[in-house]
Design a protein around this ligand. Structure first.
Ligand SMILES: Nc1ncnc2c1ncn2[C@@H]1O[C@H](COP(=O)(O)OP(=O)(O)O)[C@@H](O)[C@H]1O
Ligand SMILES: CC(=O)N[C@@H](CCC(=O)OP(=O)(O)O)C(=O)O
Length: 299
């Protein structure tokens, strides 16, 4: 026989009820809304976090939202390139991608990272379907240069998304599925391009008319004075972000450019959250406490 205090159980149950009722306005507000969630390679640091991420995405789906996952895999690509003895470097936050490196990028993103996320989500039911921009030409890209000290630099097979065809992903969402998209895009010349996953997520969020873009990474948000201080910018609008962009460095450049592109393209808000915190996605969508950095359209 097990016994507990009735009062203690009641208090604990009331706490849970409070959390659920706090979610009610957000459940109502986001019912039927498309939310693009970018899961960064640096946020995929351990099994528990990956499983918690999969749970959160499935939770969103059961709560009536239409989640689309766009995943990264930068550290995983770097490791695979090292194993293959292929030199790997970044310029302006983007990977310099030779034709040889492109084959590795595509294999790691679509063949490894995407498969793993699909598997974790599908432990909860037949939801996830993996694809890349190549599938049904969902994303086409054109070569882009990196900006280094204000000068454009040729970084090989790196693309920027020029068109998004929302038909395939829209049909999957209508069918109750969770698309898991790798950031490889169809090139207009028939080949493929390596697209930064933040860029791909923003382009898809705009193309799918998403309500929100949520970017999960390995920092708490945008630090105001990185690396000198860990004070996080909690909210800024598109005009403020545009002014700040030239001062940003490394991985934050494509990430904040993506947030700007999303809100300028009609997405209601873009968030950068700490993916190392379990369930940060649920906290952002369903609680009153804003976490991380939120970018909103200019007033
Ligand atoms: N102002 C800043 N605020 C926060 N992080 C910054 C800033 N500037 C540069 N960074 C770097 O950007 C990294 C996140 O980008 P990235 O490594 O590309 O992550 P992901 O794999 O999630 O896309 C952080 O770990 C940090 O090292
Ligand atoms: C052009 C470019 O830089 N592409 C990225 C694509 C993966 C990515 O963006 O992964 P994260 O989100 O984990 O950084 C790369 O090759 O690393």
């Amino acid at each position: 026989m097990k016994t507990t205090s009735g009062t203690a159980r009641f208090t604990e149950a009331q706490g849970k009820a409070h959390v659920l009722t706090q979610a009610l306005p957000w459940l109502s507000r986001f019912h039927g809304a498309t939310v693009v969630v970018k899961f960064g390679g640096n946020a995929m640091i351990d099994e528990a976090l990956k499983r918690a991420f999969a749970q959160d995405v499935v939770f969103l789906r059961y709560a009536g939202l239409r989640p689309v996952v766009v995943h990264g895999g930068g550290p995983q690509i770097t490791r695979a390139l090292e194993t293959s003895g292929i030199k790997s470097e970044f310029a302006g936050g983007l990977r310099v991608t030779t034709d040889e490196a492109m084959q590795v990028v595509r294999m790691v993103l679509t063949g490894q990272v995407q498969r793993e996320i699909v598997g974790l989500i599908n432990e909860h039911g037949p939801f996830a379907i993996g694809l890349s921009g190549e599938d049904a030409n969902s994303m086409t890209a054109r070569q882009r240069h990196a900006l280094v000290d204000g000068e454009p630099v040729d970084i090989g097979r790196v693309g920027d998304v020029v068109t998004v065809d929302p038909q395939l992903i829209g049909a999957l969402l209508d069918d109750g599925r969770i698309p898991v998209v790798s950031s490889v895009a169809r090139a207009e010349d028939g080949g493929v391009y390596n697209v930064n996953a933040d860029t791909a997520a923003a382009a898809l969020a705009v193309g799918l008319k998403a309500e929100k873009l949520v970017v999960l990474t390995d920092v708490e948000g945008l630090y105001a004075d990185w690396p000198a201080s860990d004070e996080v910018v909690s909210q800024l609008d598109a005009d403020e972000l545009e002014k700040l962009l030239p001062s940003l460095t490394s991985g934050m450049v494509p990430k904040m450019e993506a947030c700007l592109r999303a809100v300028r393209g009609g997405v209601g808000a873009a968030h950068v959250l700490d993916g190392r915190v379990q369930h940060s996605l649920l906290l952002e969508v369903f609680t009153d406490e804003g976490i991380g950095t939120m970018v909103v359209p200019a007033v």
